[in-house]
Design a protein around this ligand. Sequence first.
Ligand SMILES: [Zn+2]
Length: 184
Amino acid sequence: MSYKFCVSCGTALEESAPFSPQLCNNCGTRHYHNSKPCSGALVVQDGRVLLARRGVEPFKGYWDIPGGFLEAGEHPEVGAIRELAEETGLRIRLNGLLGMYMDRYGSDGAWIINIYYVAEVLGGTLAVMDDVAALEWFALQDLPGEFAFEHQNQVIEDFKQWLENKESNMKKYEVSLNNQDIVQ
Ligand SMILES: [Zn+2]
């Protein structure tokens, strides 16, 4: 999680307190350890959700909600749509913001902040792509055992809540984020 050397001048850095930036004593550069943002979507069709079996480490072979790391300057909505296209071949429409979930990723335990949307299929053909080993639709009462990431259990619980007020949640999302402009 911490830097060994200054990215600007190469001076060796000391460990900082958790959550604090590391300061280079030579040139003054601060090295922040911000959580990395990820974006994904729970795509729903006929009451089932689309999950991806991971084809790469960490947690290779575990089921995952499709999504991934955002690129520089990329809006999370755009990132979710891009990741779903890359991993599943599907074009999706976002119908709601489900929430944001903290977790840790990989062997160095880097913090990630995961932003999830509820989505539906607009087009495309389902195809296993990118770093995915398998794709499958699951009924909520028949989900596979363990998820790759702890927070995804909470995502599913929140999604069940979300469904209880589906119409108003969808309306709220359209109004608050005006997502049609971004999706196009
Ligand atoms: Zn420096």
